[in-house]
Design a protein around this ligand. Sequence first.
Ligand code: HEC
Ligand code: HEC
Length: 363
Amino acid sequence: MKRKIAFFVFLLAVLVSFLASCRKDFPLASFGVNYVDVNSFIPRGFPASIADLNLRADNPLTLEGIALGRRLFYDKLLSGNNQQSCGSCHIQKYAFTNGPSFNLSTGADGISRTLRNAPATFNLMWSKTFTWDGAQPNLEEQLIGPITSPVEMNQDLKILLEELRADANYPYLFKKAFGTDSITIALVQKAIAQFERTIVSGSSKFDLWLQRKVNLDSFEFAGFMLFDDQKKGDCNHCHSKGGTFTNFDFKHNGLDTLTVGSNPDVGRYGITHFGFDFMSFKTPTLRNIELTTPYMHDGRFQTLEEVLDFYDGGFHYNKNLDVNMALLPKHRLTANEKKCLIRFLKTLTDVEFINNPVYSDPF
Ligand code: HEC
Ligand code: HEC
């Protein structure tokens, strides 16, 4: 009896190893994705209920989808002249912004300029709308803009599909991620959006301090206190402290209409046509702010010193100015307080994040 069982076990082992070797030889025949738990991307202290997250039921995160999305994000094949990828303007070492060289980004042709400064594309799982004016409701739809825009990647979507279908790797990678032979733009959108949702920064010095693993020095701590002191920084009203460091709300923060080009950028007003939205923009995160110069939707400020001078004395009172800012007197911060605020902002730099190989260019 025992021998029979042993033989049966042996047979089973042979069968299993045969099937396993089949899987290796014919991976396409065995579609099976590895689902990824969204919770594994949520840092401590971040909003964690599903209602807080920009997720889509028809696009669950999978290891295969994220890997494909990462490749597409960094593939120059996505642009018309194969010179530019998403990663050309959203650069990891600058916390997925364009970096300090220009206020505005340069398109694939090397000449055209975008109308706005490239925002940081991390922690976007918590954002409910996308782009500076919130024109886009989700990550899937947002990315069609840069691919097709003549001042960005300038790509014809039909040609993109032909190129992806003719590629040596993509048919296999799409099959692995989505179990289908037919590559479509909808699947390109899904894959890139999956990757974007995993780009999360939440391990700065500030986070380690919250976890009592490091100390803030006295300047950093003073900045931390000034940040939400309503008579001083008052930054907290919009760039809510902790978590994402923004409420993602549209606000007029007192910038004047100075813009590059002839027409002022009307911001959120261009979408809603509500008078009170004139020149309101989506409040950006302050995480990694040390790395994301130039600042504001048009990249008008080069340094955090300029930004603090603006919030202290340079902002303009007007009817659309945020109600909390409208209450603030000018020149309420001393030079030392501005320095402390900057020291605090620099504790939001996440070195682990900008060096994390899972977000890096796979090519
Ligand atoms: C030529 C530079 C450039 C390229 C290439 C580019 N972007 Fe952007 N990206 C921008 C700019 C500029 C904006 C701001 C647009 C606006 O507000 O109107 C932006 C905005 C975004 C946003 C909105 C972020 C937020 O906080 O709301 C996301 C997401 C994004 N890009 C992802 C991508 C993806 C994915 C690709 C590749 C398919 C891509 N971008 C390619 C420059 C670029
Ligand atoms: C009324 C809401 C509000 C308050 C209060 C506020 N901000 Fe902002 N902040 C914004 C908005 C909105 C933008 C984007 C404006 C734009 O580009 O037109 C912004 C942009 C910034 C930027 C540039 C970010 C980037 O990615 O370009 C920095 C830095 C910044 N704020 C820091 C601060 C600091 C520091 C304080 C406190 C001294 C503060 N903010 C107070 C709403 C606010």
